[in-house]
Write a protein that binds this ligand. Structure first.
Ligand SMILES: [Fe+2]
Length: 224
C-alpha cells in the first residue's frame, strides 16, 4: 500500500463502526448532546463544537479498533500524531472548498498552510443505499509542488482525477499537499464527515503547545 500512497497521494483504509455511525447520524440530524452545537465554519458547513474529542470517546476508539496508528506508519513511513478531530455537516450545493492544496506557495511565493504539510483521514458515512460523491483528488499532484502556485493548473492536463464516494466500510487517507476538491452537496441534501488531521508531533508541540484542544488530541493518540 505504501507504494500506491507514495505515487498517488491517497488510499482507502478499513474503517467504520456501528456506534460511530449512530453518533454521526444523530449529529447530522442536529440532535447533539447537551452543551454541544454545530457552528458554521465555511458557508453551508457546520462543525461540532466545542470539540469532537470531548463529545464522545468513539472518535478515538475507532482509531484503535482499526489500528490506524500502525497503518499510518506502515503506509507513510513517517512519524505523525493527531492534531485535530472534526465532525462537519455540509448542506452546501456549491463546493465549500474547490481545488486547492492545504500547503502551497502563492503567486508571490509566500507559504500558505503548514510546513511541512500533514495528512488527513476522512470518513464519509452513508446512511442510504446510494453512495454519493464526496471528494476529488488529482492523483500524483502530491509529488510536485511549485515555488509559486501558477503552474498547478497545468497538472490537470497531465494527471487523472480520482473521485471518492461515501462508504461505511472505508475511510480515505490522503496527503493534503496533493490537489483536492470537495464535491458539492446535492440540492436539498446534507451529509456528515469525520475528519482527522495529522502532523508531526514536534510540529504540534512547537506550534500549538499552548492549545489545550490540540494537546488533548495528541496525547489521546499517543496513548493508543
Ligand atoms: Fe483541503
Amino acid at each position: 500500500m505504501y507504494g500506491q500512497f507514495y505515487r498517488d497521494g491517497i488510499c482507502e483504509i478499513d474503517f467504520g463502526d456501528a456506534v460511530l455511525d449512530t453518533i454521526l447520524q444523530n449529529i447530522l440530524n442536529n440532535n447533539c448532546k447537551k452543551d454541544f452545537n454545530l457552528i458554521t465554519k465555511y458557508r453551508g458547513t457546520f462543525d461540532l463544537r466545542p470539540s469532537a474529542v470531548s463529545y464522545d470517546d468513539v472518535f478515538i476508539n475507532v482509531l484503535k479498533k482499526h489500528d490506524i496508528k500502525r497503518q499510518i506508519k506502515n503506509i507513510t513511513f513517517k512519524d505523525y500524531s493527531l492534531f485535530h478531530v472534526q465532525v462537519r455537516v455540509v448542506n452546501n450545493n456549491m463546493s465549500y472548498m474547490d481545488w486547492h492544496r492545504d500547503t502551497y506557495y502563492d503567486k508571490h511565493g509566500n507559504l500558505v498552510g503548514k510546513e511541512p504539510h500533514g495528512l488527513k483521514l476522512i470518513y464519509y458515512p452513508s446512511f442510504t443505499e446510494e453512495q454519493e460523491d464526496r471528494l476529488l483528488y488529482l492523483l500524483g499532484s502530491n509529488r510536485i509542488l511549485f515555488p509559486t502556485n501558477g503552474p498547478d493548473q497545468q497538472l490537470f492536463k497531465l494527471l487523472k482525477v480520482k473521485k471518492i464516494k461515501s462508504n461505511n466500510q472505508k475511510a480515505i487517507l490522503f496527503d493534503v499537499n496533493g490537489l483536492h476538491a470537495v464535491c458539492p452537496e446535492q440540492q436539498g441534501k446534507q451529509s456528515v464527515r469525520l475528519i482527522y488531521s495529522f502532523l508531526n508531533k514536534k510540529q504540534i508541540l512547537d506550534d500549538h503547545g499552548d492549545d489545550d484542544l490540540h494537546m488533548r488530541a495528541m496525547s489521546m493518540y499517543e496513548e493508543l
